[in-house]
Design a protein around this ligand. Structure first.
Ligand code: URP
Ligand code: ZN
Ligand code: ZN
Length: 488
């Protein structure tokens, strides 16, 4: 009987810190050995010339999510995670989204049911809090955290999702008590509302005005405010989907000053731009997301932010809506930009696009690619080292890349349910040719081998990233006047 279930021979194996050419052996669900001339496995894969990376960790994606408008996005857990698997992503962190008046506990249990039915890759949840009543924060949140939900998302904009400043502080304070990471959608609501109203009043309704209606200063203002709240309460935050040069500069300064701030950008902010929205008729709706796509200078600043560590990870913010009455055109065939659902599909192509733009282009090395797409999200959300690395004892979540394979992305070849990709026509070099999840080959030769529901929930605590620094603002310092009162 061979000692291993599977041995991958002679690939270049990349982690966030090392690149070695070796054999890799799997027993059961985990990596059992990495070395030269390993003993045989029940299955052997000759992989010289190929690259092995950890399976991708997509820490921001919307799956089977109900929007506040009543629209559900186009993907079920089955279709979204099928697409994720094809693209080499083996762990996802979608959302359990509360809307006002809803019980958090009920919301989380419904998303669990949907994921248990459909998920093909492993998953955790961020819990979106839109209604932070005392009952929610005091009664419902603590057992959810104990059950392994240790990150929350808060919105500073959107009419039906946003949380007022004092309530944001309530949630952050509760997060601090329970050891959760707080993820923020940071855009200034008033600036978006004011600009949108003036555009619409003057008849500027086309998708291209969506980009104008979310002013860059609005992102900068909200990012600054979120950082101030984080510093005030000593509660670490993750700034989601940064899109502008200004935001990158603010985060750079805050991190330099020692604040525990993490920041994400997404594939689309690195590769697409506001010009993509400027198409005839309603077509630009396919490129509408929030924050909106920006300018070349922003893309360069985001790339530099990834290079110098200001930004720690790249997610997809997969938020798929079809170009029909179930999605982007739910308000009719010719909606104003304000009536079009925000979001782009991207869960499948995140890794192939970034492999091309980072590694094949020569802009970054393989280790940095792994860090930004797998290791950092796994660490920050406390899934490391089970996920996000290639190491003995880690889950055998692996992607086998053919670095020379060139693929032109076609409109018709996707596995999600969005019905389009904003990246059609783009050529990439480097493609995931085999994907393993916990030792099982789940994608081979373009075929999916895993059944819906075989993905597993990953309960987690907040871990290191979510821990306060111990530096409270002077007003909250118990050794000074009233501090103890405020802390009660
Ligand atoms: O446009 C986007 N990104 N829609 C999804 C919701 C969000 O804010 O992440
Ligand atoms: Zn958001
Ligand atoms: Zn999102």
């Amino acid at each position: 009987m061979p000692p291993f279930d599977l041995v991958i021979r002679g690939a270049r194996i990349a982690t966030a810190s090392d690149l070695v050419t070796a054999d890799l052996a799997i027993r059961g669900e985990t990596i059992a050995a990495i070395g030269r001339a390993l003993p045989s496995g029940r299955r052997e894969i000759e992989a010289s010339g190929y690259i092995v990376t950890p399976g991708g960790v997509d820490a921001h994606c919307h799956i089977e999510q109900l929007a506040a408008t009543g629209l559900r996005n186009a993907d079920s857990f089955e279709s979204a995670t099928r697409a994720a698997a094809h693209g080499g992503t083996t762990t996802v962190i979608p959302f359990a989204a509360q809307h006002r008046g809803m019980s958090l506990e009920k919301v989380v249990s419904e998303y669990h049911e949907a994921a248990e039915r459909g998920a093909i890759v492993d998953y955790a949840f961020h819990v979106i809090v839109t209604d932070p009543r005392p009952q929610i924060l005091e009664q419902e949140l603590p057992p959810l955290v104990r059950a392994g939900h240790s990150s929350l998302k808060l919105f500073m904009t959107y009419d039906r999702l946003r949380v007022e400043d004092d309530r944001l502080l309530d949630v952050m304070w509760a997060a601090r008590r329970h050891g959760c990471m707080v993820c923020m959608h940071a855009e200034n609501h008033g600036m978006i509302a004011w600009t949108s109203r003036r555009l619409l009043e003057r008849g500027y309704t086309a998708p291209r005005y969506h980009a104008v209606s979310h002013p860059r200063y609005g992102e900068a203002e909200a990012v600054n405010r979120a950082i101030a709240f984080s510093a005030f309460l000593d509660q670490p935050i993750m700034l989601f989907h940064l899109s502008t040069r200004e935001a990158v500069e603010i985060v750079h300064r805050a991190r330099g000053a020692g604040h525990k701030i993490f920041a994400e950008t997404c594939t689309q902010y690195l590769l697409l731009g506001a010009a993509d929205l400027d198409r005839p008729g309603i077509e630009g709706a396919m490129w509408m997301c929030s924050p909106p796509l920006r300018e070349p200078g922003d893309r360069e600043a985001l790339w530099q932010g990834l290079e110098n560590g200001t930004l720690q990870l790249v997610s997809s913010d997969h938020a798929p809506y079809r170009m029909d009455e179930t999605g982007k055109l739910a308000k009719g065939p010719n909606p104003s930009f304000k009536e079009i659902a925000n979001g782009l599909p991207g869960i499948e192509l995140r890794l192939p696009l970034l492999f091309d733009a980072m590694v094949s282009s020569g802009r970054m090395d393989l280790c940095r690619f792994v860090e930004l797409t797998a290791a950092a999200p796994a660490r920050i959300y406390n899934l490391h080292p089970k996920k996000g690395t290639v190491a003995v004892g880690a889950d055998a979540d692996l992607v086998l890349w053919d670095p020379a394979l060139e693929v032109t992305i076609e409109q018709g070849l996707r596995y999600d349910n969005a019905g389009y990709t904003p990246y059609a026509g783009r050529k990439v070099r480097g493609w995931p040719v085999m994907v393993l999840r916990r030792g099982e080959v789940i994608v081979e030769k373009g075929e999916l081998r895993a059944r819906p529901g075989s993905g597993r929930f990953l309960p987690r605590t907040g871990g290191e990233a979510a821990k306060p620094t111990g530096r409270l603002a002077p007003e909250l310092d118990p050794s000074r006047n009233f501090g103890a009162v405020l802390l009660d």
